[in-house]
Design a protein around this ligand. Structure first.
Ligand SMILES: C[S@@+](CC[C@H](N)C(=O)[O-])C[C@H]1O[C@@H](n2cnc3c(N)ncnc32)[C@H](O)[C@@H]1O
Length: 219
């Protein structure tokens, strides 16, 4: 890809986002965000956009109580082609200041039902690196079938890209949260993303919201 084509694609993505900010989807995702997401509204809008337009399925690691998952499900439901959404969540509890949860997996299921997307999401309750999770994902997704990979879990995005990278299509969109900031996960994540960019496996498209890295996968 030439540099000028890439710059144009980056600008188009930014422009698309500004368009969404004045459309009806903004209000819908504001409700989702305040009830169920730690992510910035712009990031939820981008997840919606990629799920709607990127060819291929969605694989999410780290759903918490479902904000990003619902955004992906809204986008996929408006896509021209049917899409699978596979979301992996370890569960447990979290004393989050705004949206705490004593039982993450239970609240995740509750929120998917509340926003009417339970039927469109295959949930896996487990860690992304567990054998049972890996085999469940591989039963549902084949080589190059993922068009959107959302990683908002622990500090080790590299581990999951090593594990699931073969499922990602060339040009698959990646949304990786906590690239910057005080979060302890940010330091290893940033180093891992930068290494993959330097190796030509990831192509950056920018930083959105509070600290989310957005880009594409190259096979
Ligand atoms: C920052 S939250 C996700 C926030 C969510 N994407 C949103 O829209 O608000 C991180 C979640 O990842 C989960 N998690 C952490 N490491 C994981 C792993 N390796 N596999 C699956 N889930 C994981 C945690 O239980 C937690 O619910």
């Amino acid at each position: 890809m030439s540099e000028s084509v890439h710059t144009e694609d980056v600008l188009n993505l930014m422009y698309q986002l500004t368009e969404y900010r004045s459309q009806e989807i903004r209000q819908r995702l504001e409700k989702v965000g305040s009830a169920a997401s730690m992510l910035h509204l712009d990031v939820l809008l981008l997840i919606y956009h990629f799920a709607k337009f990127a060819p291929g399925n969605v694989l999410e690691i780290g759903a918490y109580i479902g904000g990003s998952t619902v955004a992906a499900a809204f986008g996929a439901s408006e896509s021209d082609t049917p899409k699978k959404i596979i979301s992996v969540e370890a569960g447990g509890g979290l004393k989050h200041r705004r949206i705490p949860s004593r039982n993450i997996f239970k609240d995740l299921k509750k929120n998917l039902a509340r926003f009417g997307v339970s039927e469109s999401v295959a949930l896996i309750n487990g860690y992304s690196f567990e054998e049972t999770t890996i085999s469940a994902i591989r039963q549902m997704l084949g080589h190059g079938e993922v068009g959107l990979f959302i990683f908002d879990a622990d500090g080790n995005v590299r581990r999951d890209l090593d594990c699931y990278g073969d499922l990602l299509a060339d040009g698959c969109w990646l949304v990786i949260d906590d690239y910057f900031g005080p979060c302890v996960k940010a330091v290893p994540r940033q180093a891992q993303v930068n290494e993959l960019v330097a190796a030509g496996r990831l192509v950056p498209f920018g930083f959105y919201g509070w600290s989310t890295w957005v880009g594409q996968w190259r096979t």
